[in-house]
Design a binder for this molecule. Structure first.
Ligand code: ADP
Ligand code: MG
Length: 319
């Protein structure tokens, strides 16, 4: 079972940022209003994610680390309309198979918190307010071959920050803070959606982009599209969400690129933040363990919607 978990880990965990993504997913699924991420040495030495969510009852702590243990869906039918970020129950088990993991958690009504050390299985009383702290130390300590693929701490840190940024854009009502080697490096306070985009991507992105809104019936599209003369537009400012989940999707990227093609002259990468809301029955999020890929039932329709919405923004800005 350890081996199965380690193989699963290979699919889920590529670098510290993958761990950050999974832990923040869990914090948000737990209803956190504040998520604090503390990293040491780019996250390679340690990653600590603290939330003020619902917590995990002491007797369920060992279960949280078990493969295919999820508290989020009870049956396959629910998978059709899954509303939480997680649902496969693989992440913590996978991470615990390739790193030192400990979880401290406290629920409402509990007299105190409990801490579980994954390796020893030891469960001890601990002190903390309601919520959960998951600590992941020495990622890939037992697999030096994988560890060798990691880049410099600065590069790994940048990926970790981007992982939090992706969550922060989608959840403006949640506060986020990122600490690195004891220093506060990012802080995004709860804000309105527009303000959160400004806080996370910079005021210049707001100045050089326009609101986008389209769709009807089962498909709704909102967000911002960068104007073609946006001098600061960068390749990595492309954020796409489907029902609140950050995704990479060729179809959507292609739809966006098509809209920009006439005006960009191949000069710069377009930048955009797109939030797609569609009937959960029309999208399959269970395509890949990282859930970063999705499959649409009406791909053509979505491609067209994205393309037209961005074209409308670009046309209006030139008129
Ligand atoms: P999944 O998110 O797919 O259910 P995970 O392996 O990420 O699987 O987590 C396993 C379980 O541990 C979750 O279903 C949840 O019950 C519990 N859990 C993990 N992190 C937290 C957290 N921060 N707050 C509350 N419960 C958590
Ligand atoms: Mg999860």
């Amino acid at each position: 079972d350890e081996l199965v978990s380690q193989i699963a880990a290979g699919e889920v965990v590529e670098r510290p940022a993958s761990v950050v993504r999974e832990l923040v997913d869990n914090a948000l699924d737990a209803g956190a209003t504040q998520v604090t991420v503390r990293l040491a040495a780019g996250g390679v030495r340690s990653i600590l994610v603290e939330d003020d969510g619902c917590g995990i009852p002491a007797e369920q702590l060992p279960l949280a680390l078990k493969r295919h243990a999820t508290s989020k869906i009870a049956n396959l039918a629910e998978l059709e309309s899954v509303a939480t970020m997680g649902f496969r129950g693989e992440a913590l088990a996978a991470i615990a198979s390739i790193a030192e993991v400990s979880i401290a958690s406290r629920c409402d009504g509990a007299a105190h918190a409990h801490r579980l050390d994954a390796r020893s299985g030891e469960l001890q009383p601990a002190a903390r307010a309601r919520g959960t702290s998951v600590e992941v130390r020495e990622l890939f300590f037992a697999t030096p071959a994988r560890r060798k693929f990691l880049k410099t701490d600065a590069t790994e840190l940048a990926h970790c920050v981007d992982a939090v940024r992706r969550h922060a854009l989608a959840r403006p009502e949640v506060g986020f803070a990122i600490w690195h080697d004891g220093k506060l490096i990012e802080q995004w306070r709860p804000a309105a959606a527009e303000q959160r985009i400004a806080d996370v991507l910079g005021a210049d992105f707001i100045a050089q982009s326009r609101l986008l809104q389209a769709g009807a019936g089962p498909l709704r599209l909102t967000g911002r599209a960068g104007l073609p003369d946006a001098a600061r537009a960068r390749a990595d400012q492309q954020y796409v969400y489907v029902n609140g989940r950050f995704v990479r999707d060729r179809l959507i990227a292609h739809g966006a690129r098509s809209a920009y093609e006439d005006v960009l002259h191949g000069q710069r990468q377009p930048s955009y933040v797109l939030f797609l809301e569609i009937d959960p029955q029309r999208v399959d999020v269970n395509v890949h363990p990282t859930k970063i890929e999705v499959r649409f039932r009406d791909g053509r329709e979505i491609h067209q919607a994205v393309r037209h919405a961005i074209e409308a923004v670009l046309a209006a800005s030139r008129a």
